[in-house]
Design a protein around this ligand. Structure first.
Ligand code: HEM
Length: 383
């Protein structure tokens, strides 16, 4: 069987395959896909963190016509990347994000109240709507448009066949919605992220419409499903590891380190892309200019050379230097927000439910992706 097919075989447990690749082919050029796959911690860090060698500007290579996402910071290199990121970085500092805590608690409460004693798809009821509602609030989406916004967000990252058919229509609708909202906010200033982005200047110039849109859409793509997956992955992992939920109930201060371990153990983003800017080599394997690389974060975070007992979930692991939020200049802008949302989600759970069980006889549907790791559907009973 070909190497990459092995990966696609087990989306819930790709970890034995990573282990094999780290051991046998830590840098693997796959001629079928034309990709250079990188599996070891130090090499993944190098590829992610070194923008002089490895560019993030592959958006246009995949989508020559451009479009909002290829104009967004995740697909840009310096100097433009630095300038655009500076505009929004202050909105996402831990101190700025802290202010959202009461609001996030209210959202968690509104989603979960009355659920005790019930069997629910926790993704649908809790882990998916929570981050979507938080982002909508941050952007300044009016309450009455919330359902529409949720639908777009779900579909952008959803990815079933049917969603793809409707995708261009939906994108058009969403883009025109954002354009109207930007005009509206210009007339009626508020403290929303949309207002601050449309009024920001880089080198004396405002952002183009495409750049502003790219930023808003990026937040949906980068921020929602990842956070959903982190919370769902935490619930599954604790269910697998007896006693861990009880420990968190006993001391909620254990929640943040436990979440860091979930980020390492079941990283919501498993892989990313980069493009080689010049001929180079990694571990003696030559990489030609223009080659597309896949640094596997999910594998780096299980590298036994860095993490003792890497395949064990150790809730209070010391020196947890995982790279689940990336490395270098593209380090996740939303990390403080993702950490806060997932902490509140677990606090809410431990304060309100004595226990929960993942229902293994119900569908446990993984995300159909080798890039993100998590669940589309995960049923639990709440006690
Ligand atoms: C557990 C949840 C999350 C994980 C695991 C995660 C992971 C990542 C990773 C690995 C990157 C680096 C991409 C690269 O190097 O190309 C990244 C970038 C980014 N993330 Fe997150 N993310 C999460 C949540 C969020 C949230 C909540 C937001 C915003 C609300 C967000 C916004 C962004 C943005 C804007 C970037 C691009 C930064 C840049 O290019 O400078 N993420 N994220």
């Amino acid at each position: 069987m070909r190497e990459m097919d092995e990966m696609h075989r087990d989306l819930i447990n790709p970890f034995p395959w990573y282990e094999k690749m780290r051991r046998e082919k830590p840098v693997f050029y796959d001629p079928d896909y034309g990709l250079v796959n990188v599996f070891k911690y130090a090499d993944v860090k190098r590829v992610l963190g070194n923008f002089n060698e490895f560019s993030s500007q592959f958006g246009k290579a995949f989508n020559p016509a451009g479009g909002p996402i290829s104009e967004s910071i995740i697909n840009l290199d310096p100097p433009r990347h630095t300038k655009l990121r500076n505009i929004v970085s202050r909105v996402f500092t831990p101190r700025a994000i802290e202010k959202m805590e009461p609001n996030i608690r209210e959202i968690a409460e509104s989603l979960m109240k009355g659920k005790k004693g019930k069997e629910v798809d926790i993704v649908k009821s809790f882990t998916s709507p929570l981050p979507i509602t938080v982002i909508a609030t941050l952007l300044g989406i009016p309450l009455e448009d919330m359902d529409k916004f949720k639908l777009w967000s779900d579909n952008i990252v959803g990815g079933s066949q049917k969603d793809y058919e409707n995708f261009p229509v939906m994108m058009k609708e969403m883009i025109s919605y954002f354009q109207n909202l930007m005009v509206e906010k210009e007339k009626n200033p508020d403290d929303s992220l949309i207002y601050s982005v449309i009024n920001a200047e880089v080198d004396g110039e405002k952002l183009s419409m495409m750049e502003s849109l790219g930023f808003f859409i990026l937040l949906l793509v980068a921020g929602n499903e990842t956070t959903t997956n982190l919370i769902s992955n935490a619930l599954l992992t604790m269910d697998d590891n007896e006693g861990s939920y009880e420990s968190l109930r006993g001391d909620i201060n254990l929640i943040p380190p436990a979440l860091e371990e979930v980020l390492r153990y079941r990283s919501p983003v498993q892989s990313i892309y980069r493009v080689a800017r010049e001929d180079t080599e990694i571990q003696g394997v030559s990489v030609k200019e223009g080659s597309v690389l896949v640094p596997w974060i999910g594998s780096a975070n299980r590298d036994e050379g860095i993490f003792p007992d890497a395949d064990r979930f150790i809730m209070d692991r010391k020196e947890n230097r995982h790279i689940a939020f990336g490395e270098g200049i593209h380090y996740c802008l939303g990390a403080p927000l993702a950490r806060l949302e997932s902490k509140i989600a677990l606090e809410y759970m431990t304060e309100n439910f004595r226990s929960y069980d993942v229902l293994r006889n119900r569908p446990m549907v993984p995300q159909n992706s080798t890039i993100v790791y998590g669940f589309k559907e995960l049923w639990v009973s709440l006690n």
